[in-house]
Design a binder for this molecule. Sequence first.
Ligand code: CO
Length: 140
Amino acid sequence: MAFEKIDHVGIAVPDLDAAVAAYERLTGLRPAHRQAVETDGVEAVMFEVGESRIELLGSTRADSKIAGFLAKRGGGLHHVAYGVADVQQSLDELAALGLRLLDTCPRRGAAGRLVAFLHPSAGGGVLTELCQPDRGAAGS
Ligand code: CO
């Protein structure tokens, strides 16, 4: 099962409000969506750019999912997210190919989507996210 599109590009930032202002200037757009994902200690802001999106990620606590990344790199390209029809099926197929997974089953991400991550070794050093719209959730 092939990837269908690049759903979004995730960028980790040390100051979310400053980054939102910068991306408003850069893109001429307003954010479409803002949501804290408590389980990850992350707050995500989505800019819709045509069919794709930019996801700005800020850390909300010291042990968040991106705290280590921010400490090491100070921010920047964090992940590339691909849209797939079925995250679980894609994970199973990629695992069968010997790729290293960070999630063996999908979980709920921002904007009511089912998401899962592959280890950066699968994507040339960049974290890979798989995502699929959750038909049971409200919103996008
Ligand atoms: Co993402």
